[in-house]
Design a protein around this ligand. Sequence first.
Ligand code: FAD
Length: 517
Amino acid sequence: NILFIKCFMILLISCITIRLNFSLSSIHFSLKSLPIEGNFSFDELDLKNAARDFGNRYRSHPMTVLHPKSVSDIAVTVKHVWSLGPSSELTVAARGHGHSLQGQAQAHGGIVINMESLKVEEIKVYGGEFPYVDVSGGDLWINVLNETLKYGLAPRSWTDYLHLTVGGTLSNAGVSGQAFRHGPQISNVLKMEIVTGTGEVVNCSEKQNNELFYSVLGGLGQFGIITKARIKLEPAPVMVKWIRVLYSDFTAFTRDQEQLIFAEKAFDYIEGFVIKNRTGLVNNWRLSFNPQDPVQASKFKSDGRTLFCLELAKYFNLEESSEVNQEVEKHLSHLNYIQSTIFQTEVTYIDFLDRVHISEVKLRSKGLWDVPHPWLNLFIPKSKIHNFADTVFGNIVKETSNGPILIYPVNKSKWDERTSVVIPDEDIFYLVAFLASAIPSSNGGEGLEHILSQNKRILEYCEREDLGVKQYLAHYSTQEEWQTHYGPKWEIFKQRKSIYDPLAILAPGQGIFQKSI
Ligand code: FAD
């Protein structure tokens, strides 16, 4: 009897394996026979790359990677997956530059579309009174900048790092120090071309198919693949005056930040960061910034202290230099920073915008770029930022050597409520970003477990105190958690999904919807 059961089991397993292999090879075959200009890659290295991201913690291997040459390649592929119906488990993830943190651009056993292969057309710049640029969803922002600068123009709103794709940041929001004035990147889009979850190619804008337009902006890749986008431009400056000043008083720091985001022509970029228990901070800065008062600045000690750095930038052209200096002096004179801690430098506009890339090159050379990045990004209502700071910077975070903690306010009025992004319900809210790298302790860093447990304590505190915090670049494991994240927006989010991607084929790595089987 036992022998019989054993034989039966072996037969059953063999049958299942043969069936699986058969259905896998039939899917391979059907993909390979699609009429596309690009190609499907089944190469191990390609699959391995598509299973990784900047966060360096989550790995899901796809079945194949599509390198599209045209929008039609993407549409044909998605349409094919759609035609397989709900019984197929195949999903599709657009992958920008793979700079997600927790597998958001991955597709377990599915198709990853390498958006950077999509070179629809050249980046096209249009001048005139309301200039704009047409780009591919897979273009890197650094390339968009380089191209638009040839015409003396540039996008108005940025991320701190430019080696990210247009489609990737528009699927999130795209927030940086210009957002207080121009809103996030998703507030600076005029129109898009989208491949929906049924494989339709649809143009959309505020006036045309606007439900799809707003769904996709900040939509975490759930409603369609951005193949083209039209982005607003402004005249680009040549130079940037870049200023850092320090505060020890959090109230003075936030009061000045909040005052500055309403001062119309004061600064073009406003950010800030927290410094906790750093040795030799000012000396480090002196490598790239000049202290206004070198003697006093050299006496300033950051050791053992919690400090808040206000970071400002003013754009200018060379002929405006002295005028701009006076204006900057005037605005600085109204601020309440520690007088001996004013540091300034002047850099080209492109060096300013591409500043994080300089750090990337340095970190790469030390093997410290491809480490786990357990980042935590929060939007915090202004009314709760002091409570948050007291507990989090006062008790939970002991030092900031793992990576920067950014903190700066933005105006809700510059965010469009019709988009899919979720923000706190207050006129001003803060972006607080804990950008930690889990560097091996042999290099003086904190381990991954330590950083994750710190993040957990921060989130638990926010929840316990009901601070009305929303996570940015969030990652949840259950749909209930997503529902809580979206709050009143959940129903419309779900409804939009049922219209534009009814089988839940797209962006499975976000873990919001399961493909219906
Ligand atoms: P991916 O990580 O490849 O994709 C992100 C998500 O979008 C995935 O779900 C993917 O499926 C989907 N997606 C990708 N392309 C498309 C497309 N064409 N159409 C539809 N969906 C698509 N963010 C900020 O807002 N401000 C910052 O200052 C900032 N700084 C950063 C600095 C660094 C060093 C890094 C690594 C990230 C930073 N980010 C910042 C976060 C960044 O915006 C997101 O990680 C973004 O997802 C990265 O873009 P990506 O092109 O690599 O997209």
